[in-house]
Design a protein around this ligand. Structure first.
Ligand code: KG4
Ligand code: ZN
Length: 357
C-alpha cells in the first residue's frame, strides 16, 4: 500500500511516500526556520504563506523521489490538527485537491498520533502496553498505549511545552530560535550541577508536567547573577554553559521522573520517545538508561523522524486506510483535535476517580 503523507501544521512543509506502513520511499521536509528566526519564533501568517509557496514543490519532490505517480497511490494522509489554522488549511486543501483529482481516499491525521508513529520506520512493531513520551515545541504528553491506536493520557504539561521552555530560556540568554538544539550543544560543555533548579511538585495523583516555574527560576537567576546574554556564539561564558547544562538537566529530570513513575505502575513493554525535543542528547540518554533499568527496549527515532515530518503522518494513517476508513472532501482543520480512543487517567487508577478531558 502506497500512502502520500502531507504535514503543514507548524513551520515545516513536509511530504513523504510510505510503502506498507514502514518503508519510507521518500521524506521531504522544507523547514521555515530561517524565515522565522529573525522574529524569534513562528509567525503564523508568514508560516501559512510560505507553506502555500512550497507545498506543490515539496509534494512533487516526494512523489518524484519515490518514483510514484498520484494514480499509483492508495491514499493520502494529511495532518488535521492540532496546529496553526492557516498552516493546517494549506496542507488539507492541497490534499483534498489531489484526492479529488486522483480519486483517492483521504485520511485526516492527528499530529500527536503522527509523532507516536515516528517509530514505525527503524524498529520492529512495538510490544504493548507501550509508554510514549511526546515532547515538542507545542506538546508534552505522556501516553500509555494498551494496544495500537488506544491512548491513555497519563500526563501533560500544565503550562509550557518542553520545547517551548527550551526556546524561551534560549531567547532569554541571547540564543536564536529554535533554542533547543543550541542549548543541547552548549550544555555539553557546562556543569549540570552548577545550579540546582527545583522541579515542580505536581499534586492530584497525576503525572503532569509544569515548566513555567523553571523558566521563572532561570529568569530570576539571570537577573540576580547578572548573566550577560550570549554575544558571540563561538565564545560562550562558563556561566552560560553552566546555565544551559543545569536548565536542560532540570527539564530532563522532570520528564524522566514521570516516565519512571508511569513505568512502575503500568509495566510497559516498550518505551517510546518522540517529538522535536526527543533530539535532545541528554534526554535520549536518560530514556535509554531508564529502559535499560526496566529491561525493555527504548524506541527513539533518528532526528529526521522525531522532528515534524510527513512520513509519520502517513504511518499513522496506514492502519486506518487498511480498514478502509477515510474522510470525505469536507475534511477540515481542527485546531484542538483530540486523539480518538483517548482516556485521561490518574497515576493509580484505583486511588481516585477518573479524570475527564
Ligand atoms: O516536533 P517539532 O519539530 O515541532 C513541533 O511540533 O513543535 O519540535 C520543535 C521543538 C522546538 O521547540 C525545538 O527547540 C525543540 O523541538 N528541539 C530541541 C532539540 N531539537 C529540537 N529541544 C532540545 N534539544 C534539542 N536537541
Ligand atoms: Zn510536532
Amino acid at each position: 500500500m502506497l500512502i502520500l503523507g502531507i504535514e503543514t501544521s507548524c513551520d515545516e512543509t513536509a511530504a513523504a511516500v510510505l510503502e506498507n506502513g514502514t518503508l519510507v520511499r521518500s521524506n521531504v521536509v522544507y523547514s521555515q526556520i530561517a524565515t522565522h528566526q529573525r522574529f524569534g519564533g513562528v509567525v503564523p501568517e508568514i508560516a501559512s504563506r510560505e507553506h502555500l509557496e512550497k507545498i506543490d514543490e515539496v509534494v512533487s519532490a516526494a512523489l518524484d523521489q519515490a518514483q510514484v505517480t498520484p494514480d499509483e497511490l492508495d491514499g493520502i494522509a494529511v495532518t488535521q490538527g492540532p496546529g496553526l489554522i492557516g498552516s493546517l488549511l494549506v496542507g488539507i486543501n492541497y490534499a483534498k485537491g489531489m484526492a479529488f483529482a486522483a480519486q483517492k481516499p483521504i485520511v485526516g491525521v492527528n499530529h500527536i498520533e503522527g509523532h507516536v508513529y515516528s517509530v514505525a520506520f527503524e524498529f520492529p512493531p512495538p510490544e504493548y502496553p507501550a509508554l510514549a513520551l511526546i515532547v515538542s515545541g507545542g506538546h508534552t504528553n505522556l501516553f500509555l498505549l494498551p494496544e495500537p491506536e488506544k491512548y491513555k493520557l497519563l500526563g501533560r504539561t500544565r503550562d509550557d511545552a518542553a520545547g517551548e521552555a527550551f526556546d524561551k530560556v534560549a531567547k532569554l540568554i541571547g540564543l536564536s530560535y529554535p533554542g533547543g538544539p543550541m542549548i543541547d550543544r552548549l550544555a555539553k560543555r557546562g556543569n549540570k550541577r552548577a545550579i540546582i533548579f527545583p522541579l515542580a511538585e505536581i499534586k492530584d495523583n497525576r503525572l503532569d508536567f509544569s515548566f513555567s516555574g523553571l523558566k521563572t527560576a532561570v529568569l530570576r537567576y539571570v537577573r540576580e547573577q547578572q548573566v550577560e546574554p550570549l554575544a558571540n556564539a563561538e565564545a560562550p561564558s562558563q556561566q552560560i554553559l553552566d546555565l544551559c547544562a543545569s536548565f536542560q538537566n532540570a527539564v530532563v529530570r522532570a520528564l524522566v521522573r514521570s516516565v519512571r513513575k508511569a513505568a512502575e505502575v503500568h509495566h510497559p513493554k516498550t518505551l517510546i520517545l518522540a517529538g522535536g525535543v526527543a533530539c535532545n542528547s541528554e534526554l535520549r540518554a536518560a530514556i535509554q538508561e531508564l529502559a535499560g533499568q526496566l529491561k525493555i527496549p527504548a524506541y527513539i527515532p533518528s532526528p529526521i523522524y522525531t522532528t515534524d515530518n510527513a512520513a509519520m503522518i502517513a504511518a499513522a494513517a496506514f492502519p486506518k486506510l487498511l480498514r478502509g476508513e477515510g474522510a470525505g472532501l469536507d475534511l477540515s482543520a481542527d485546531l484542538s483535535l483530540r486523539l480518538q480512543n483517548i482516556d485521561l487517567v490518574p497515576i493509580d487508577p484505583k486511588k481516585k476517580k477518573r479524570y475527564r478531558l
